[in-house]
Design a protein. Structure first.
Length: 346
């Protein structure tokens, strides 16, 4: 499909400007990490418990990946009501809800505050802001409101990352490294765009039409694969299944070996700092699993953070493009709205 056709579909279908919000991703992220957070360095936490659901919870997965591969304390993501049974006040709670009213997150914050915990809350307002403003020793950090949570990832993850840098619990790159990273990501963002880009996103999305979608990623990039699946669910209204290497090579690979190649699209995520044996596994799969719709997305970057941001941004564009090609509004989420309306009455 020609670029002008995709752009026309966006004008016709994209009712809440998901395309425009996606174009602003790097601006949002840069603005969020540039704001000074008035908080003292504190490395004495046993760990960080990240509360959040959907688009608001995705940043917790990315923080967990950064901590697993270059951090000093564990980050655990909790996407449920309440708190895990092992939690104690020696664990910092990082609660993220774009609206500030996500009921699962609010329930966990209530429990943490009642148990003497410290909560850092990130939202555009709502009940989360109210709860934390009434609690001594906790901190509320605002983000701009007025958009869909899944389109606000730059605001949310940038805020989360900035507070972790300020606390000293995730190592902060120097200013030169950060500015050069943002410059490279801006250039990549232009390449991904459905208007004036290099066409890769459109080609990948076209190959995914009317197929079941498998997303295969090494553990270091599984947070990206999970978020991509969620974006495909919500933006494109399609099912997608993320699978983790090397684990899937011990089970799911058998099913892929016998799958009908015309029914599936396989997306592989890779980056420069994965284990060399993972590369060997991917090479074998590409050679031995028959599929005429396989893509390797090489997540460019001079750091793990940059690779994660690169991967998440190209994933967003692919999910939007797939939606438009299917005649779907990438901004619409009527099922979630209807469910929340039901829950408000019970």
């Amino acid at each position: 499909m020609k670029k002008k056709d995709i752009e026309g579909l966006a004008r016709e279908l994209d009712s809440q400007d998901m395309v425009g919000y996606t174009r602003n991703f790097m601006d949002d992220f840069e603005s969020a990490i540039s704001e000074v957070i008035d908080i003292d360095v504190d490395k004495d936490w046993s760990g960080v418990l990240c509360l959040g659901m959907g688009g608001s919870g995705a940043g917790g997965m990315f923080l967990s990946t950064l901590a697993d591969y270059s951090g000093g304390i564990p980050f655990v993501v909790w996407r449920d009501y309440g708190l895990p049974s092992w939690w104690g006040p020696d664990w910092l709670v990082l609660a993220t809800s774009y609206s500030g009213n996500t009921e699962e997150t609010i329930d966990g914050v209530h429990e943490a505050l009642q148990s003497g915990g410290t909560v850092i809350g990130i939202s555009s307002g709502g009940e989360l802001e109210k709860l934390i403003s009434e609690s001594d020793g906790s901190l509320f950090l605002p983000v701009p409101g007025g958009q869909m949570p899944r389109s606000a990832f730059g605001h949310l993850f940038g805020r989360q990352l900035s507070v972790c840098w300020s606390l000293g619990i995730i190592e902060k790159p120097d200013d030169k490294e950060t500015s050069e990273m943002i410059e490279r990501l801006r250039s990549s963002s232009n390449d991904f765009d459905i208007s004036g880009g290099n066409g890769l996103v459109v080609s990948v999305a076209e190959s995914m039409l009317n197929r079941q979608i498998g997303i295969i990623a090494p553990t270091i990039l599984i947070s990206v694969a999970n978020r991509f699946a969620n974006q495909l669910n919500e933006n494109s209204e399609v099912f997608a299944r993320p699978s983790e290497l090397p684990e899937m090579n011990h089970n799911e690979i058998v099913a892929w070996s016998s799958a009908n190649e015309n029914e599936h699209s396989l997306i592989y995520f890779s980056c420069g700092n994965i284990h060399p044996r993972i590369n060997s596994r991917m090479d074998w799969m590409l050679e031995n699993i028959d599929n005429d719709s396989s893509w390797i997305i090489d997540c460019e970057g001079q750091s793990l953070l940059e690779s994660l941001l690169y991967a998440s941004h190209i994933s967003d564009w692919i999910s939007i493009c797939l939606a438009l090609l299917q005649g779907v509004d990438p901004s619409e989420m009527s099922s979630i709205v209807n469910l929340k309306s039901h829950l408000s009455k019970v």
